[in-house]
Design a protein around this ligand. Sequence first.
Ligand SMILES: Nc1ncnc2c1ncn2[C@@H]1O[C@H](COP(=O)(O)OP(=O)(O)OP(=O)(O)O)[C@@H](O)[C@H]1O
Ligand SMILES: [Mg+2]
Length: 263
Amino acid sequence: MNAEEPAESKAAITDRSAHLAGAEDAVLRCDELIAGYLPGVNILNGSDLYVKQAELIGIIGPNGAGKSTLLKAMFGLVNIRSGKVLLKGEDITNMKAHSLVSRGVGYVPQTNNVFPSLTIEENLEMGAFQVPGKFKERFEFVAELFPALAERRKQRAGSLSGGERQMVAMARALMTEPSVLLLDEPSAGLSPKLQDLVFIQAQQINKAGVTVIMVEQNARRCLQICHRGYVLDQGRNAYTGTGQQLANDPKVIQLYLGTLAKA
Ligand SMILES: Nc1ncnc2c1ncn2[C@@H]1O[C@H](COP(=O)(O)OP(=O)(O)OP(=O)(O)O)[C@@H](O)[C@H]1O
Ligand SMILES: [Mg+2]
């Protein structure tokens, strides 16, 4: 090892203070979140996370680890029992989703994320209702990212393929001009080719200036594209680091990438 390089630059981080050393000037951060759905049952058991301006970060981990719950906690959809969520320094813990949207947070849920009986265009109009007068401008922005949607704007979302629906869901969340976008398993249920497209689109969204937090089951692919990643296990941070550090860490590979990679 090069003597000038700190040891943590080579391996994933497991230590809380080492992780938080990078959290200064984070756009969004979660500190020691404890949250759950049912009384007395905690799903998040002290999760920490931060994302900096223009970063794309990934959250991976086994089924039931609490990945979706962590996104829902950030978006005011599950009760945070203790800990804090800060957006650009403002305490947004347990703030309702509509207030978060007006502060620049967008969210694409894991399932049921389009209105199937509405057309693509109507779905996007629903997305834009909180930014009246901006539909045309925002439509042009998403049409550049997803040209196929613009061409088929009059088609009902329910008649689209899984990959196309995922595009509608992401496009709808982008209509409110979010500065931070939360994506829950955008590649789930898609063919390998469409999964690849979704990862490319997430990168394009990020390159267009949107900070992205992405939960993914396709862990290896996610770690390839994210700037930093988190492995969540039983509602706690197990490992964190750059995508490359996590993808090359023997423990992460042994515990989380072997089977997840095949998912
Ligand atoms: N609405 C709910 N009410 C009660 N328990 C819930 C609810 N949603 C999730 N849970 C429980 O919370 C735990 C974590 O679920 P969560 O959906 O956050 O996991 P996940 O990491 O996203 O899993 P997956 O990879 O399967 O999407 C699970 O034990 C789940 O049963
Ligand atoms: Mg989930």
